[in-house]
Design a protein around this ligand. Structure first.
Ligand code: NAG
Ligand code: NAG
Ligand code: NAG
Length: 474
């Protein structure tokens, strides 16, 4: 998938359409979804619609809410945010990762590992300009930053709870991935400071936490996975590193040296590698328009690598938009990542790792996890950042680095610091971990919500011993 940490997309000219009735009533009934086109019959409630965050400027954020499959009253509320900046939590999170359904042709297939098995899942398209969320005053799009996003997300939650008062006192968790490594801690901090809601914890996957560490770990990841040569890795260490490349590319001033190093790496990696998961096959029709046929021949994989294309088609169907109570305001079609929003790219450099420290100190559970096949924000940088944070906070290791299991296979590694901060990898997972490792991701999610340690596996000591001996012989 190609949807997080997107390069800059040109802002299109907009015409503000009429959408005077931004407030759709204050109860949830108006937002109730009767049924989504092509969906199988389900018993849980689904809602979607707009929550106004600024009456005067007519700015409203779009959400999709899937109540828990069973006994929603006993389950926590979880807000999910995708990154970008500028990408949709409904397109990515709900329909490609861990929502109740995945689009396939004209229909929706039930996702067996959907996160609403464990929680009431709230997906928010944020900031305005992303997905179906909009601002009638389009000047808003010309420069949106982290502060504005966090403020609107807080306003969203306040007003959403007015629609859904029964969730106001509920245990709240905020989760997300990639650039949501900014959104999630920043929103959580506002909530902690304002003493609003019942926030229990946050979980962030392959998050951008610290610009230099995160981006510079990419070269080592590529090299250690055999995607670039020794010589190219050497160039990253001596001539130009990824944080420089990223910084220069964002400001449009790529130096010839950095450009050469970058081009050589890209040539070696090739465009047929999904950098968000270096082991997963790519969706060929996305990489090259002539390869749609090839892709059909190879659909034997369990993971649908073209699910993003299908989501794009699905969410652009008129009857789907009607069922979701969604409108296209100032845009001609729904896209996974916004083409109208101009995000303040300097904000990528704001370190959010220190905010995690503040949250831990305030008593909030903090889980940082990494899909271990992602080269966009590799585990190498993230693990170092969390480890250093623990040291800085003076937190001792309470669970030493060890494997964790899903069923009888290793699902990743984990380490816990003190009783609030933990780190985990998800083995074989992409940047959007639940997309490529749905079962393992659901186990991680469930343990996190329940405050339980990750499963240590069912193997007895003797079985482990046998395994070791066999391992030594082969
Ligand atoms: C539209 O938004 C811009 C920037 O946020 C603001 O300066 C301007 O006053 C707004 N226009 C109106 C008519 O409110
Ligand atoms: C990246 O390159 C810049 C400029 O040479 C340097 O200051 C910085 O230390 C480098 N970072 C790493 C992690 O090597
Ligand atoms: C961490 O471990 C050290 C050495 O065992 C001990 O002195 C210290 O009190 C521990 N810190 C916490 C916060 O438990």
């Amino acid at each position: 998938m190609h949807l997080q940490l997107v390069p800059w997309l040109a802002a299109a000219t907009l015409c503000a359409t009429l959408c005077s009735s931004s407030t759709l009533g204050t109860t949830s009934e108006a937002d109730k979804i009767a049924s989504l086109p092509g969906q199988p019959k389900v018993s849980f409630g689904q809602y979607a619609g707009y929550v106004t965050v600024d009456e005067k400027q007519q700015r409203a954020l779009f959400y999709y809410f899937a109540e828990a499959e069973a006994d929603p009253a006993s389950k926590p509320l979880v807000l999910w945010l995708n990154g970008g900046p500028g990408c949709s939590s409904i397109g990515a999170g709900a329909f490609c990762e861990h929502g109740p359904f995945k689009p396939s042709g004209d229909v929706l297939l039930k996702n067996d590992y959907s996160w609403n098995k464990e929680a009431n899942m709230l997906y928010l398209e944020s900031p305005a300009g992303v997905g179906f969320s909009y601002s009638v005053n389009t000047s808003y799009y010309s420069s949106v930053d982290d502060k504005m996003t966090a403020r609107d997300n807080l306003a969203f939650l306040r007003n959403w709870f007015e629609k859904f008062p029964e969730y106001k006192e509920r245990d709240l968790f905020i989760t997300g991935e990639s650039y949501a490594g900014h959104y999630v801690p920043q929103l959580a901090l506002l909530i902690v400071q304002s003493k609003l809601f019942n926030l229990k914890g946050i979980a962030i996957g392959n998050p951008l936490l610290e610009f230099n560490t995160d981006f510079n770990s990419r070269a080592e990841f590529f090299w250690s996975h055999g995607l670039i040569s020794d010589a190219t890795y050497e160039s990253f260490n001596t001539m130009c590193n990824y944080s420089q490349i990223r910084r220069q590319a964002q400001s449009g001033t790529l130096t010839p040296v950095c450009s050469r190093v970058n081009s050589e790496a890209n040539r070696q990696i090739s465009k047929f590698i999904d950098t968000y998961d270096v082991t997963l096959d790519v969706c060929l029709s996305t990489v090259s328009s002539q390869s749609a046929v090839l892709n059909k021949l190879q659909q034997t994989e369990k993971i649908d690598v073209c699910v993003e294309d299908k989501t794009l088609k699905y969410l652009n169907r008129k009857e789907v938009q009607e069922a979701l109570h969604a409108r296209l305001v100032g845009i001609s079609s729904w896209t996974v990542c916004s083409y109208v929003l101009k995000y303040e790219y300097q904000n990528l450099e704001i370190p959010t790792i220190s905010i995690l420290g503040e949250l831990v100190k305030s008593g909030i559970q903090v889980l940082v996890y990494s899909g271990d096949q992602d080269s966009a924000i590799p585990l190498l940088g993230t693990r170092t950042l969390v480890n250093n944070l623990a040291k800085q906070l003076g937190l001792n290791t309470t669970v030493p680095y060890r494997v964790w299991f899903e069923e009888s296979q290793v699902a990743g590694w984990t380490q816990v610091y003190g009783d609030k901060l933990s780190y985990a990898t998800i083995r074989g997972a992409s940047h959007e971990a639940p997309f490529s490792q749905p079962e393992r991701s659901l186990v991680l999610f469930s343990s996190f919500l329940g405050g339980r340690p990750l499963p240590e596996g069912l193997m007895s000591e003797s079985a482990v011993e046998t395994n070791k001996i066999i391992g030594d012989q082969s």
